[in-house]
Design a protein around this ligand. Sequence first.
Ligand SMILES: [Ca+2]
Length: 471
Amino acid sequence: MCPQVWMFCWFLCVLWCVRISSSSSRQRRQMEAPDPQRQQQCSYTFLIPEQKITGPICASRGPSLPDPERVTRTDMSELRQTLSRQRREMETLRMMVDVDGDMVQEMKLLRKESRNMNSRVTQLYMQLLHEVLRKRDSSLELAALQNRLLNGSAAALRLSAGYRELQQRVSVLAERVNSQAELLALLEERCVRVYGRQSRDPPSLPQVLPENIPVFVPRVSNEIQSNSWTEEQRPGAAAADTGERPAQNNSSLKGPFRDCYAALQAGHSVSGAILLQPDDTLTPVQAWCEHDVDRGGWTLIQRRKDGAVNFSRDWDSYKLGFGDVDGEHWLGLDTIYSLGRQEEYKLLVEMEDWMEKKVYAAYSSFHLEPESQSYRLRLGLYQGNAGDSLTSHNGRQFTTLDRDHDAFSGNCAHFQKGGWWYNACGQTNLNGVWYSGGVYRSRFQDGIFWADYGGGFYSMKSVRMMIRPID
Ligand SMILES: [Ca+2]
């Protein structure tokens, strides 16, 4: 066989080895990364130059001559180098393919993220659209609310104007009522002068205090004793209606003392009538000393217990005092003023309802200003269990049928049928009409009420007002 043939066969063997190596390398990569897409992306074809054989193929028979085309060690070395280089290129290409695969993966992730971003943007856009629609609705509601507010303001202004007009009309009517009440008082006085007695029927006057003051005491009776009694039936009527004190033998009384506390200190510890003569006064007066309450020494300035005395009186009567010192009476503003001028006094108001429950209201100080100030009331701090209904009268001047010093447009003494330090007209009326049974029916709040105990239409069964020097 000639050298060309041997060389061709050897070359085919090398080529087969290379193919086997390439095939095993590819199979190994497939095993490592069985990605069909990657296989489809790249394929390799090795083009090996085919050696052209010229001349006859024969065996050498003569002495061998150096063949210029014989494969030498140098050729083998070069061939190995070529194979090594191609192997490195294949490794490089395989790495590039791996990098391409990673990039594809990243592209997939990026596409997925892009889809998520698109959906998120769409969601945000829908939210924005919803907010815009909601704000448009809110603005419409706000405009409607503003319109309603404007309508309400206009209605309030109309009501305010109407209320002012009503106030003016009420003021005019109150003035008319006041003048009518004064006319009635004059007529009453004329009747008394002409016929020697007062009219039994009280004047018809409008309501002064609201009727909605809560009343928690059950209704028992509404009999109006002062209106139902005849002059002869009324106990102590003769003394009460004339305004004179009952005839008593002053010589049987003890004293005079400057007040009941002084009488107690002098040894008179039994409650009863006594003569008092406050400092700087000229004549003694009768008074009731109460020594059975709070260590004694109390001087009564007022007592109500049975309706025996009419308390709807004029200024002079309240100034000088009236009634029976053993029963219902008023000590007199002048005497009360003189007592309060001696030293500091405190006031105790003791009341009993028709369930025989007793309550009290005490004030830490009490005195009156002189007649030039219309016996203005000066009170201290309240303490008690009846409620504070008198502090609202603190600082008010005394008002009677013929002297109007109250804060009301009319005369409270006409409406509440007493004399008192009326405000307009006030929370208490202890000199009012004595009603039997507690809750009473009347056009006016003219009973003996203490608004913080029972309300304005509950008349107390008994009341005592008393003073004593401050300890
Ligand atoms: Ca008045």
